[in-house]
Design a protein around this ligand. Structure first.
Ligand code: GNR
Ligand code: NI
Length: 174
């Protein structure tokens, strides 16, 4: 299975909105399989298509632990239909912001409608780390990153470091 390259911030594509899909076919399933491989190898617990440079509303998630059986979740055209009033705080990371982590407060529970791997309409009630992950991924589809919830000072600091990291890797290659 093919592994794709992950887009790192700052990159203007990460700020664009992803488009809904009209149908689910083998070509789309192949892309979702590649997203899953890319996510597992990173490793991460979620990946949105925009993170491999594709502006389509596709998300893959797997929050199973290393010792457990893999449990991939494929979400096409997700729509959050409910967000709880009560919130929870989780430490978040993002494959597009490598090496940076921050505690983010979000609704503790959310419900969503989506299309599954086979093109079937489904819904999901998420809580705990799954609710956090779903919201983090749906944010990607809207061009939002977790650093957008931090103070301007913290956000600018992280983005400045990522710019420096990019310059340094270019120097190694050149
Ligand atoms: O791997 C990831 N871990 C994670 C931890 C807490 C909240 C969200 C995430 S998603 C992230 C992978 C990623 O960047 N998905 O877009
Ligand atoms: Ni992310």
């Amino acid at each position: 299975m093919i592994k794709r390259e992950i887009v790192i911030e700052p990159d203007p594509i990460l700020r664009e909105k992803s488009q809904p899909l009209e149908n689910v076919d083998d070509k789309l399933r192949k892309l979702m399989d590649e997203m899953l491989t890319t996510m597992y190898e990173a490793p991460g617990i979620g990946l949105a298509a925009v993170q491999i440079g594709i502006l389509k509303q596709i998300i893959v998630i797997d929050i199973s632990k290393e010792s457990e059986k893999k449990n991939p979740l494929f979400l096409i055209n997700p729509i959050i239909t409910f967000k709880s009033k009560n919130t929870s705080i989780h430490e978040e990371g993002c494959l597009s912001l490598p090496g940076h982590f921050a505690k983010i407060e979000r609704p503790a529970e959310c419900h969503l409608d989506y299309i599954d791997y086979y093109g079937k309409k489904k819904n999901l009630k998420a809580e705990g780390i799954l609710a956090t992950c779903v919201q983090h991924e749906v944010d990607h589809l809207n061009g939002v990153l977790f650093v957008d919830y931090l103070s301007k000072l913290k956000k600018d600091m992280i983005i400045k470091k990522l710019i420096k990291q990019k310059k340094d890797t270019n120097k190694i290659i050149l």
